[in-house]
Design a protein around this ligand. Structure first.
Ligand code: 4NP
Length: 147
């Protein structure tokens, strides 16, 4: 049974905190442990990118409580499911996954094949936050249905 889910991207200021916030609203009342982290640690302790929080706020979703942190080895024991945003995240996660660890690794858009793409594009550079939030919203709702 999946009781705990960690969303992971590179910086933990755009895609994964957005997924955390959206999924937390979608999964309200399910008693799941939900968190997010980044593979880089570049923005440790920082709030999410204001472009992501603004787009989330437009949709009635609060991201102000989230602070960036790096993925740690203990996350692979603490979480049942670790959800990467793109192929590079998956490679980086596999590289630090301790042998025999509990967590199952999956890529978010594997839950939304109808979107026709496999990686959530990086909005930090592409500045396509509405499009990225749409994708995350759809894939997160499928992820929830799959639990
Ligand atoms: P995220 O986006 O991985 O979705 O949080 C990025 C945030 C920051 C950087 C790259 C991607 N950066 O190069 O600082």
């Amino acid at each position: 049974m999946t009781r705990s889910i960690l969303f992971v991207c590179l910086g933990n200021i755009c895609r994964s905190p957005t997924a955390e916030a959206i999924f937390r609203v979608q999964a309200q009342g399910r008693g799941l442990l939900i968190d997010s982290a980044g593979t880089s640690g570049w923005h440790d302790g920082k709030p999410s990118d204001p472009r992501a929080s603004a787009e989330a706020r437009r949709r009635g979703i609060d991201m102000s409580y989230i602070r960036s942190r790096k993925v740690i080895r203990e996350d692979f024991e603490r979480f049942d499911l670790i959800v990467g945003m793109d192929t590079q995240n998956m490679a980086d996660l596999r590289a630090i996954q301790p042998a025999g660890s509990r967590a199952r690794l999956v890529k978010l858009l594997d839950y939304a094949p109808e979107l026709g793409i496999t990686d959530v594009p990086d909005p930090y550079f592409e500045d396509n936050f509405p499009e990225v939030l749409d994708m995350i919203d759809i894939a997160c709702s499928h992820l929830l249905e799959s639990l």
